[in-house]
Design a protein around this ligand. Structure first.
Ligand SMILES: Nc1ncnc2c1ncn2[C@@H]1O[C@H](COP(=O)(O)OP(=O)(O)OP(=O)(O)O)[C@@H](O)[C@H]1O
Ligand SMILES: [Mg+2]
Length: 157
């Protein structure tokens, strides 16, 4: 797998308004092409599909126990074993202050996680590394089975 594969998947290879199956297939391909270390942010409203996509990314990354990939809303941080090192999955929905971020050991997570998946990254936007891959999902107003997918690097300034 080359950087070209990933670059293609993140640009022209990204489906514009996928149904769930297509979003998951894309997520698995991105996960399989991901270099380490990598930070992926997942933005979007409640139910937009952030955790669904996180699970597909984990499948591509070789995580065995995909049933463990749920919204880490209460724990904030979950970690899954994968062949090339753990995948760390964070949900910052409930985060309110930078002190709570510190209590999570956030700086160390960002610096050391081989792969970091972040739901609700808006809460920690000022701390995310340059080069984070930014993914946004939105409900498709015309079709409840589809999500509008956008890929960018919003924190790359
Ligand atoms: N095209 C689609 N892509 C992703 N999910 C879809 C799609 N169509 C329907 N769904 C459904 O929408 C729901 C998305 O839930 P999910 O937990 O992934 O969202 P979320 O963005 O993580 O929400 P939260 O902010 O509550 O954590 C799932 O039940 C999924 O099956
Ligand atoms: Mg979620």
């Amino acid at each position: 797998m080359t950087d070209d594969t990933l670059a293609h998947l993140l640009s022209r290879g990204a489906p514009r308004a996928p149904e769930r199956d297509a979003l998951e297939a894309w997520g698995r391909a991105v996960g399989a092409a991901l270099p380490r270390p990598a930070v992926i942010t997942l933005e979007g409203d409640l139910g937009a599909g952030k955790t669904t996509l996180a699970r597909a990314l984990c499948a591509g990354l070789g995580v065995d126990d995909l049933g463990a990939v749920t919204s880490p809303t209460f724990s904030l941080v979950q970690q899954y074993a994968a062949p090339a090192g753990p995948v760390v999955h964070v949900d910052l929905y409930r985060l309110r202050t930078d002190a709570e971020l510190d209590a999570l050991g956030w700086d160390e997570l960002v610096a050391t996680a081989p792969v970091l998946l972040v739901e609700w990254p808006e809460r920690a936007a000022h701390t995310l590394p340059v080069g984070s891959i930014g993914i946004t999902l939105q409900h498709d107003p015309g079709d409840p089975e589809r999500r509008i997918l956008r890929v960018s690097s919003p924190f790359q300034r």
